[in-house]
Design a protein around this ligand. Structure first.
Ligand SMILES: [Zn+2]
Length: 322
């Protein structure tokens, strides 16, 4: 004989439906919390990735220590004997002594410029370049995207461009890299129009130079320009003219024109309104202006404001008149 059902085991169908509905509601709530959680994680991930890129693109050195720069010289494959001779000249110029490579003149230029702004770290240059011996590329160099491509195409081309040069990099402890890329004017005339570029995320600058006598000096001017981009400086020309006052090395010179030097981020020597600017022929003719010095953190903004407000004592010391 079966025992009678106890009170407690009996369930009202209405209560059961309510209980099922509650359980269903709880499951739906849980699923919703999981979906929201996943969405928040994705957003957090995207936010962190964005922050990382922002930090990389807005980094400026604190200048407590020298900025180490590896210069990677890349040449086209299969050099002929004339080209090899040029390259030997270049290496004699850049490689100071056995096994020790340096672009000493550029290091000295950075040191002199920083000292003009009153910063003295016991004669230690703010920038120290080391040059890796020239290496042939696997193929002719590739050009950076022009910037007028649709977004996805530009993204793809930028990645191909960065990857191509990164795989040619020789190991170096330097955190900044300048690729000095030589091209043949005879087979790649299009490179003559290509401006050097800097990628702040990978702290890499790309300088293109023709594999001939002219190439080297232009290359050295462009190396300082691209390095300063990596350290936070912006271009200071507009429609191929130097902007005033930031693009002038001596904006308060009296009379203002002709200027004696080119501001390194403007790269022209202004001669007067409506007149063509003198092209820089040697990097000794370039100087770091007050706007650039502020952008790379050599002086603070209050000092920049005082200087452009007319207080010349807030600016750099000037080169003596010849
Ligand atoms: Zn530039």
């Amino acid at each position: 004989m079966q025992p009678p059902e106890s009170e407690s085991e009996y369930e009202d169908p209405l209560e059961r439906r309510q209980r099922d509905a509650q359980a269903q509601e709880a499951r739906a709530q849980k699923a919703k919390r999981i979906r929201v959680g996943i969405l928040l994680l994705i957003l957090l991930g995207a936010g962190l990735a964005y922050l990382r890129i922002w930090l990389l693109e807005n980094w400026t050195p604190d200048w407590d220590e020298s900025q180490l720069v590896s210069v990677q010289i890349l040449v086209p494959p299969n050099l002929d004997s004339d080209e090899q001779e040029l390259l030997d000249e270049l290496e004699a110029f850049t490689l100071a002594s056995e096994g020790v490579a340096s672009f000493t003149a550029l290091d000295d230029w950075f040191l002199a410029e920083q000292q003009r702004y009153g910063v003295d770290r016991g004669g230690v240059s703010p920038v120290v370049l080391s040059v890796a011996a020239a290496r042939p590329m696997e193929s002719d160099p590739i050009a950076p995207p022009l910037g007028d491509e649709p977004f996805l195409e530009r993204y793809q081309k930028t990645n191909e461009f960065l990857d191509f040069y990164a795989k040619h990099r020789t190991e170096s402890p330097a955190t900044n890299t300048i690729y000095l890329i030589f091209y043949r004017r005879s087979t790649h005339p299009e490179f003559a129009k290509i401006h050097s570029v800097a990628d702040r995320r990978s702290r890499s600058g790309f300088v293109f130079a023709s594999l001939d006598e002219n190439g080297l000096e232009t290359a050295v001017i462009n190396i300082s320009h691209e390095l300063l981009h990596l350290f936070g400086a912006n271009d200071k020309y507009e429609n191929k003219s130097c902007k005033f006052p930031g693009g002038y090395a001596e904006p308060f010179r009296d009379p203002r024109h002709p200027q004696r030097f080119a501001e390194v981020m403007a790269q022209g020597i202004p001669n007067g309104p409506g007149q063509a600017e003198t092209e820089v022929s040697s990097f000794g003719e370039t100087r770091i202006g007050v706007q650039t010095a502020t952008e790379i953190g050599w002086i603070d903004d209050a000092q920049r404001v005082r200087y452009y407000g007319g207080d010349l004592s807030a600016g750099p010391t000037l080169d003596e008149e010849e």
